[in-house]
Design a protein around this ligand. Structure first.
Ligand code: ZN
Ligand code: ZN
Length: 346
């Protein structure tokens, strides 16, 4: 599925195209895609919130698959291995960020499904050094771990709430529904803020300590009920709302690659008291390995709906409208089996 023209997802900017199977270069692997998660970043790629880099881009950066072919100089994988391909396709390895454990900030890094072709396809190419080994089993629930899960983990690290502290999650999509489970396992109390009744029900089922409908409960000037707030919604006003819930010394981590402007901040009431705001950009491989190990140990699972590859467009429309519970995963294998009509399973 390629981006034929940048524009609102309602106007079907994605089209099915036949393109040659990619060849893995030196240090690269070719992966047969078993599942690819649909992330909000894909929406930003398709709609042009992120500046377009290449015409005909194939989105998708939560790829689970099997190694199909190896380029030269690949030692760490064998054909048939289960791997995950995340958002960070490659970084330079030489700059002052890469050499100090901050490859996520590398100015010349490349991204899967944005600067290089992604996983809305039957095959995807990856740098073997940036792919991640994954366990066997159902590929669908693993896919959202690769971006939604890892980014939520990094956001939690960046926010660094005190042990046992109260963590608020604003916007309950794929990332928040995994981060909620993670935060609970790490011993934090969790407060989920969502306007969607379906999302609030899912949050309750997944063990949120408290669930808040922000429409019914306008935030006071400073309620002080949170030690940290993780903002997943791409809306600047939510940052303000999160700040309003923060205790002194608290932190807001914004896990969004694109955000509408933040309204003016009343410094005296919302930021003073050593409250902090920080953005989260991508993740390092260390973040990915740490999170995947925790996910495996605790059996963290994404709540997923699987759709055939051709349904990528409707999946993005539903994501934009907030109609997805948990995450949607595309299955290029079911696309071949079921044809162009949309089906739901899982
Ligand atoms: Zn670099
Ligand atoms: Zn993503």
């Amino acid at each position: 599925m390629t981006v034929a023209r940048i524009g609102p997802v309602e106007r079907s900017p994605l089209v099915m195209a036949e393109i040659p199977r990619p060849e893995p270069g030196p240090g690269e692997i070719l992966v047969r895609v078993e599942a690819c998660g649909v992330c909000r970043t894909d929406l930003h790629v398709v709609e042009g919130d992120l500046p377009p880099l290449h015409p005909g881009m194939i989105p998708g950066h939560e790829i689970v698959g099997r190694v199909e072919d190896l380029g030269s100089e690949v030692e760490r994988y064998r054909v048939g291995d289960r791997v995950g391909i995340p958002w960070l396709h490659r970084s330079c390895g030489r700059c002052r960020f890469c050499t100090t454990g901050r490859e996520n900030l590398c100015p010349s890094k490349e991204f899967t499904g944005y600067s290089v072709a992604g996983g809305y396809a039957e095959f995807a190419r990856a740098d073997a050094a940036f792919a991640l080994p994954l366990p066997d089993g159902d590929p669908g629930p693993l896919a959202p771990l690769l971006c939604a899960g890892i980014i939520g983990y990094r956001a939690l690290k960046v926010a660094s709430p005190p042990p046992g502290g109260r963590v608020g999650l604003f916007g309950f999509g794929a990332s928040a529904h995994l981060t909620l489970q993670l935060a609970g396992k790490l011993g934090f109390e969790t407060v989920v803020y969502s306007r969607s009744p379906a999302h609030r029900r899912l949050a309750e089922r997944l063990g949120a300590s408290e669930v808040v409908d922000p429409a019914r409960e306008p935030s006071p000037r400073s309620s002080g009920r949170l030690d940290s707030a993780l903002v997943f919604a791409p809306a600047g006003e939510v940052v303000l709302q999160a700040l309003g819930e923060l205790d002194r010394g608290g932190s807001v981590a914004i896990a969004a690659i694109h955000l509408s402007p933040i309204p003016p901040i009343d410094y005296d009431h919302r930021l003073f008291g050593e409250r902090r705001i920080q953005s989260v950009e991508a993740n390092t491989r260390a973040d990915a390995r740490e999170f995947l190990a925790l996910a495996r140990r605790w059996g963290l699972r994404a709540t997923t709906t699987t759709r055939p590859l051709e349904a990528a467009h409707s999946a993005l429309v539903d994501l934009k409208a907030g109609r997805i519970d948990g995450a949607v995963v595309l299955d290029p294998r079911s696309a071949q089996a079921t044809g162009p009509t949309e089906g739901r399973s899982g």
